[in-house]
Write a protein that binds this ligand. Structure first.
Ligand SMILES: NC(=O)c1ccc[n+]([C@@H]2O[C@H](COP(=O)([O-])OP(=O)(O)OC[C@H]3O[C@@H](n4cnc5c(N)ncnc54)[C@H](OP(=O)(O)O)[C@@H]3O)[C@@H](O)[C@H]2O)c1
Length: 262
């Protein structure tokens, strides 16, 4: 039997991108899937796509920055499927800007989604996950291991998740809960996706991708099945993590003047 058969997986920000790919992969392997996003229409389309593939799926709009909406989302998952085995904290936003050009309210928005969103969702799901002896997954990033210019706030938010996971892993061990962190490299996204400039205005993404949402989804599935602590994706990501451990000052010289494109 597949590891994911009849497991219930809730994925935030799963109307598209990596979250949708993860929902599709886990659902295709027998999981019951709870989709959630702030994009209503895209969420409904995503649900229809998965239903058409024979996946047991429910969908509910929820903004991860609102604790009550996170709690309602978990209750909806329990009402539909009776249990919750896997929480994938995927919803996230990005700022690409020199630090000195970032407005405080834009920084707050990023921290609210990327940091508070994961805190709100994890707190809301903990009781159910304890009962299932389940999994919590955080979408960090290679830039959460090593930040680069114009990515200060995004990288800091992703580094926060790695640190949060360190203590959660130990606190939740007695309950049999696995806490895993996935660190994707640059991954292709929906062509309509934008990131924020420091003033909050949208900026198109113009970076070469090194992975696909489906590739990241496979990494997430392996992280869960093998109950791994952390999985770093892409060759460049692995080399970056290795060099950061070995010689951060050499990486400083390599990365000086480069921009984060996502
Ligand atoms: N793509 C990459 O290269 C890459 C690399 C490393 C890590 N990651 C991380 O992987 C995750 C998924 O990335 P992705 O590229 O698939 O992004 P994506 O295509 O933008 O998908 C993220 C989804 O989350 C939604 N979302 C934003 N704010 C939300 C909120 N407050 N509540 C609920 N949902 C919200 C987004 O809606 P809106 O579009 O309306 O904002 C979007 O539908 C993110 O955490 C990202 O930081 C991505």
């Amino acid at each position: 039997m597949d590891y994911f058969t009849d497991k219930v997986a809730l994925i935030t920000g799963s109307a598209r991108g990596i979250g949708f790919a993860a929902a599709r992969l886990l659902g295709g392997r027998g999981a019951k899937v709870v989709l959630s996003d702030i994009l209503d229409d895209t969420l409904a389309q995503a649900q229809k796509r998965l239903q058409a593939e024979g996946i047991a799926v429910t969908a509910k709009r929820a903004d991860v920055t609102v604790p009550e909406e996170c709690e309602a989302l978990v209750q909806a998952a329990l009402a539909e499927f009776g249990r919750l085995d896997i929480l994938i904290n995927n919803a996230g936003v990005s700022i690409v800007s020199n630090f000195e050009e970032v407005k405080p309210e834009v920084a707050r928005k990023l921290l609210d989604v990327n940091v508070m969103g994961c805190i709100n969702m994890t707190l809301a799901a903990l009781d159910a996950l304890k009962q299932a002896r389940g999994h919590v997954v955080f979408l960090s990033s290679v830039s959460g291991i090593r930040a680069i210019p114009t990515g200060s706030l995004y990288s800091a938010s992703k580094a926060f998740l790695r640190s949060l996971a360190e203590s959660l892993r130990l606190e939740l061990k007695p309950y049999g809960i696995h806490v895993g962190v996935i660190c994707p490299g640059f991954t292709t996204t929906d062509p309509s996706k934008t990131v924020m400039k420091g003033d909050g205005s949208p900026r198109p993404i113009g970076r070469p991708a090194h992975d696909t949402p489906e590739g990241v989804a496979k990494g997430i599935a392996r992280l869960i099945e093998r109950r791994e602590r952390e999985r770093v994706l892409t060759s460049l990501g692995k080399a970056t993590a290795w060099l950061q451990r070995l010689s951060p000052s050499l990486l400083d010289r390599i990365l000086a003047g480069r921009e984060l494109k996502n």
